[in-house]
Design a protein around this ligand. Structure first.
Ligand SMILES: *[C@@H]1O[C@H](CO)[C@@H](O)[C@H](O)[C@H]1NC(C)=O
Length: 280
């Protein structure tokens, strides 16, 4: 009885030790990085299927990948990921060590890595920045193991989403819709080619691929004043056919989009010219 149970214990110990050596050996070999696995020796973790946990910000700080730390985690928009696989970036000597053990979502798009910048609040970010937040969110979801939630701004003490999370996700959806609108606008009003030189000054012109929009027409440069934007941009405007948004069969003046109220001609440039010099 005694002997038998000792035998069981030592074979379990052997399996655990073997697993430990194999696993850490693999990771150290790949990443050249060591930290203490003492509390991570359960099969659920090794098979990457940990149950989802709740962390206070203080608890999350214990996962900064340092020698005494409990692991290497970071949080993004309130979700905690195990980033061991990216240890070369997130470990204490890595280039992104300031992201470890905390939720610094805002800094991913502002590039402000000061203590005031490394925060989770995304309120007031631009559409473009919210697209960046979305891309990072998708990146962590697809590349790293999700292990839990941070109790605080984005999840309450029961792990339920807060209003702040719903607001952030709504801002991402708004940014996506805005991007779709912009893509549509670029189809109708493709950006112009442009150049500037000290001798000749500035020049804008249209071609059938300008603005990265492949098309079977060239168009003429116009200043496009977009609602909500203070500065106009140069757009290549279709000069024949029906205006965009109306069907081919409705009666029209065969002037393309030239009569759009959002457009102005460039000064000192013929309305038919495909190229316009910019007055200094
Ligand atoms: C675009 O212009 C080039 C010459 O500048 C021409 O060879 C090509 O066929 C044009 N493409 C379209 C879609 O009209």
């Amino acid at each position: 009885m005694n002997i038998k149970s000792t035998g069981n214990i030592s074979s379990i110990t052997f399996i655990v030790m073997f697993g430990f050596l194999f696993y850490t050996g693999l990771h150290e070999g790949l990443l050249g990085f060591t930290y203490c696995f003492a509390d991570t020796l359960d099969s659920s973790k090794i098979s990457n299927k940990r149950p989802v946990d709740l962390f206070t910000p203080e608890e999350l700080q214990l996962y900064d990948g340092g020698l005494d730390s409990k692991g290497l985690y970071l949080a993004f928009l309130g979700k905690v990921y195990d980033v061991r696989e990216g240890a070369q970036h997130y470990k204490p000597s890595g280039g992104y060590s300031f992201f470890a053990g905390r939720d610094a979502t805002r800094a991913y798009v502002t590039g402000d890595f000061s203590d005031e910048g490394l925060i989770d609040d995304v309120k007031g970010l631009s559409n473009e920045e919210m697209m960046g937040i979305n891309n990072w969110m998708e990146f962590y979801d697809s590349e790293y193991v999700y292990v839990g939630k941070v109790v605080g701004r984005y999840y309450d003490k029961d792990g339920h989403p807060t209003q702040a999370l719903q607001d952030a996700l709504a801002a991402i959806e708004k940014a996506k819709a805005n991007k779709r609108d912009e893509a549509e606008e670029k189809q109708i009003f493709p950006p112009c080619n442009s150049e500037w030189s000290a001798e000749k000054g500035g020049r804008v012109w249209c071609s059938n691929k300008s603005g990265g929009i492949d098309r079977n027409w060239i168009g003429v440069p116009r200043k496009l004043y977009r609602p909500g934007e203070t500065e106009p941009r140069c757009a290549c405007v279709r000069t024949s056919g029906p205006p965009s948004g109306s069907s081919d069969t409705t009666e029209h003046e065969n002037r393309g989009d030239l009569d759009s109220p959002l457009l102005k001609e460039y000064p000192n440039c013929s309305p038919e010219s495909v190229t316009c010099s910019l007055s200094p």
